[in-house]
Design a protein around this ligand. Structure first.
Ligand code: TYM
Length: 340
């Protein structure tokens, strides 16, 4: 026999949550590592997706450009098929509970843990003139984002794995100290597409902030640009189209094609066996361009409708704040804040 509470819990859909920093535009890497999976998963899970504008402030931004980029990202969310009927979507800065929980988690995180994070070290090296507190505290804000909603699963690319591990450590530590409070979340990292590499330097991750425009493509690029960038993609010596450690360029292209076409890597190797690099590069470019064409068209449409974006974002923030407040109230009580 299951009691009422157990039955309710069993009925409850699992919660997924993820976010993206609004810098540049959504790249092929972001799409395959994260957004594409969010779009698929939103039918099965209670879903929460947000624009991580507070995270993006760790790097200096020009305010009017930052505001516009954040709005553009919201339009890109919608264009990628994230559906406000099924998912809660909002700007992180509109839900104050993120920052409030972050403070409490800060007091339960060690400086040593935060300063060990690879992204903190990389970003400190890249922005040596602006190693601000936020840069080091970034993963604690991420932990707050996730734990605030009692998330079960966090769909991300492989570069976020270390931050997820820290989130789990913080949750477990807090639960041990104050009693069961947070759901300890799991990461969801896709089999193909979890690390899409630069088209110019295929051992490095494709990044929104790469200064070389040929290094990546974005969901807002037109067909000509996408195919051209793939034609220019750096490949390896030899002529065999296969996944191999000494062939990072071709391996990356195979992974991209497999993820876009929903095929296995082995099937892609078979499909292009005996063909030259040139033909393969064009095929990958055309496949990506075909996938992004309707997304770009939708993007342009949504961008023209600021009122709709505002409405969806406001509704999303209200719903998110209501859920977040439940956890925050519990946390405040657990740590011993006075409540009347
Ligand atoms: P961000 O904005 O760097 O990237 C957004 C998502 O895209 C994934 N990603 C990639 N996947 C495959 N190949 C790539 N080259 C690639 N580049 C990026 C990232 O793994 C991510 O899933 N800290 C996060 C945003 C964030 C967040 C959160 C995510 C803030 N709070 C809470 C999950 C949960 C970030 O900077 O992602």
């Amino acid at each position: 026999m299951v009691d009422n509470q157990t039955a309710q819990n069993e009925e409850r859909k699992k919660i997924i949550l993820s976010g993206i920093q609004p810098t540049g535009t959504i790249t092929l890497g972001n799409y395959l590592g994260a957004v594409k999976n969010w779009q698929i998963m939103q039918s099965e899970f209670d879903s929460i997706f947000f624009i991580a504008d507070m995270h993006a402030l760790t790097v200096r931004r020009e305010p009017s450009e930052f505001r516009q980029t954040s709005l553009n990202f919201f339009a890109q969310f919608l264009a990628c098929g994230l559906d406000p009927e099924r998912a809660i979507m909002y700007f992180q800065s509109h839900v104050h509970q993120h920052a409030e929980l972050q403070w409490i988690l800060n007091c339960n995180t060690y400086v040593g843990e935060a300063s060990r994070m690879t992204q903190f070290k990389d970003k400190s090296a890249k922005h040596a003139d602006n190693i601000n507190m936020g840069l080091m505290d970034y993963p604690v804000l991420m932990a707050a984002d996730i734990l605030l909603f009692q998330s079960d699963l966090v769909p991300v690319g492989v570069d976020q794995k270390q931050h997820l591990e820290l989130t789990r450590d913080i949750a477990i530590r807090f639960n041990n100290r104050y009693g069961e409070t947070f759901k300890v979340p799991d990461g969801y990292i896709p089999k193909t597409g979890a690390k899409i590499c630069s088209l110019q330097e295929p051992t490095a991750k494709m990044s929104k902030s790469d200064p070389d425009p040929n290094a990546g493509v974005s969901i807002t690029d037109d067909e000509g640009t996408i195919v051209r960038r793939f034609k220019r993609a750096v490949t390896d010596s030899g002529n065999e189209i296969c996944v191999r450690e000494d062939k990072p360029g071709i391996t990356n292209l195979i992974n991209i094609y497999a993820a876009i076409e929903n095929k296995s890597v082995e099937d892609v190797e078979k499909e292009f066996s005996g063909q030259g690099y040139g033909t393969f590069k064009i095929a990958v470019g055309e496949s990506v361009a075909a996938k992004f064409k309707p997304i770009r068209e939708e993007y342009i449409k949504y961008l023209a409708d600021k009122q709709y974006i505002a409405q969806v974002a406001k509704d999303g923030a209200e719903k998110a704040a209501r859920l977040a407040e439940r956890t925050l109230r519990k946390v405040k009580k657990k740590v011993g804040f006075v409540a009347f």
